[in-house]
Design a protein around this ligand. Structure first.
Ligand code: R5P
Length: 303
């Protein structure tokens, strides 16, 4: 039986491209709000016996988590065989420790919530920092797709003489992978975050940057302040305007305008979260990862 893919409203474009590649039928998932703010979720009725793939990027997670749980539970009630989740952006992974007394370790709690909701998970470059791998927090099979080959391809095609700059030590993992894929040099800065919106980054090595186009690479742009701090250094160096290449374009509040004011050149992102900056498609690697999980589901039930 054909797998059925049910997408949350914001993710329909990428979900359709993935469905196409894995030979899934795109089913109905509706989500509306009652006047009091409660959600009503309705899913395709023709899913009995099918492997279902829910597709929901988990930016804005407090709004989406409960409807996701409702959708997953309903697909099971309607007879789905296995229910997987593609969440190209996986929220809460940055809160992976108690930074201050009494704080929730949201990464663990959110992982448990998803564990209890679905049978398997595919996500893209989750913010793994103090958590070494997804299987340290998830009990369900979980795959982290790497966007590095897609980022490297875009940079090679679009930027003349690029040098990559990671704005903080956490970004080193992504920047090093992209640099290796694209065969280009890179440098990683050091960041001190004083508050949600106050960030200081170290000065880049000016001598290394001469003759290159700087390309800032980060996994997430949220408030934008990390990239703004790096752009402010670069702006003073009389280099070509720095391109910003981002995996997960959250762009909270006025982040987009802040980056432009700070002198960014092109600002591009993957389509892990639907946003006007999307220029790098993840359909191919996500589809490949989903296909592996679907094959495992099929082999579980076949003798
Ligand atoms: C944190 O280490 C991440 O890699 C990003 O650098 C961070 O989440 C960006 O946040 P913001 O845009 O709010 O500075």
């Amino acid at each position: 039986m054909m797998p059925v893919l049910l997408s949350f409203p914001d993710d329909r474009l990428l979900a359709a491209a993935v469905a196409d590649r894995i030979g899934a039928r795109v089913g109905r998932l509706e989500w509306r709000h009652f006047p009091d703010g409660e959600s009503l979720v309705a899913v395709d009725e023709g899913i009995a016996g099918a492997d279902v793939v829910l597709f929901a990027s988990l930016n804005d997670p407090d709004r989406k988590a409960l409807p996701l749980r409702f959708a997953a539970r309903t697909t099971r009630e309607l007879g789905a065989r296995r229910v997987g989740l593609v969440a190209p952006y996986l929220a809460y992974m940055r809160q992976d420790t108690r930074f201050h007394a009494g704080e929730a370790i949201s990464a663990n709690a959110f992982a448990q919530f998803l564990d209890e909701s679905v049978d398997w998970l595919v996500t893209v470059d989750p913010h793994l920092h103090r958590i070494a791998a997804l299987d340290k927090v998830f009990r369900i099979p979980a795959t982290a797709v790497a966007a590095a080959p897609q980022l490297a391809g875009w940079i090679r095609r679009e930027v003349a003489r690029p040098i990559l700059i990671g704005p903080d030590s956490e970004s080193a993992q992504w920047v090093a992978d992209v640099a290796r894929e694209a065969h280009i040099p890179y440098e990683v800065l050091h960041k001190t975050r004083r508050s949600d919106r106050e960030v200081v980054v170290s000065l880049p090595d000016i001598a290394r940057l001469r003759g290159y186009t700087p390309v800032l690479v980060d996994d997430i742009v949220s408030s934008g302040h990390t990239l703004v701090a790096a752009l402010e250094h670069l702006d003073r160096l009389r280099l070509p305007p720095a391109a910003c290449v981002v995996i997960h374009p959250i762009f909270a509040g006025d982040a987009w305008e802040c980056l432009q004011r700070a002198g960014a050149g092109r600002i591009v992102s993957t389509d892990s979260i639907s946003h006007p900056s999307n220029a790098i498609s993840l359909a191919e690697p996500i589809a490949a990862a989903v296909a592996v999980h679907l094959a495992e589901c099929r082999s579980e039930v076949q003798p």
